[in-house]
Design a protein around this ligand. Sequence first.
Ligand SMILES: [Zn+2]
Length: 269
Amino acid sequence: MIRFLSKPWLLLSLAASLATSACSGSGDGVVLFSVDDDKALGTKVAAKTDSTYQASGQLLQRSANPQVYQLLDGVVNRVLNSGQLTYRNEFPWDVKIIKDDNIQNAFATPGGHIYVFTGLIKYLDNESQLAGVLGHEIAHADRRHTSKQLQQQYGISLLLSLVLGENPNQLVTIASELGQLKFSRDFEREADLYSVKYLNGTGYYACNGTAGFFEKAQKEGQTGGTPEFLSTHPDPGSRVEAINTEAQTEGCTGRTVDNTNFDKLKSLL
Ligand SMILES: [Zn+2]
């Protein structure tokens, strides 16, 4: 069994972090985790997530649903190949569907494993909205928000004690929960803005697709039935505004996408 974090890594990256922290003015903060640690942590979180949903019979297998995954991969690959990701070739970027029509949500683990609930796909009106919400989740992984937030939330010293402690799985548990819980407001804002950049880079989707989802959710939320996604993504009104402003700046709002593939995907779920 391979331990996913080890002392040599830690001392090296801690030294590197301390060496660069004094002059770090990018707002990105110092990340103690290396990209390889993101990948290793992601592998563990994904394995845990897979086994949970396999046990309940909700994980849609690729082998049994080739057409569904072909259609979904088409959306995801456009976003991944937008030329705007930092870790396009480093992370595995696998996407999996969880069967639950009552949950309108999606999430990503560190290191690029994406999960989407059937309830979200069925809820959305068009492919640009789906690309937008998936782009938002992809941004959380590509911008390494889980690692940054773990560090901010728990502090370097507690994180070190978890990493060096007898139970490294504790960190996997924390990271798993974090993936489905709440990112800070700044990370949410950043993920929204990157969804615009990614969708613009596709040259295909209306790049304010995420705003379309928030608008729909906000409108329907007034009559009850608030999507799960909003519980971890509050304040839809100001987000719509920020996304649309960015989209106008980038000049990529007016694209319309034929819905044939998206309708087909919905009908197969
Ligand atoms: Zn988010």
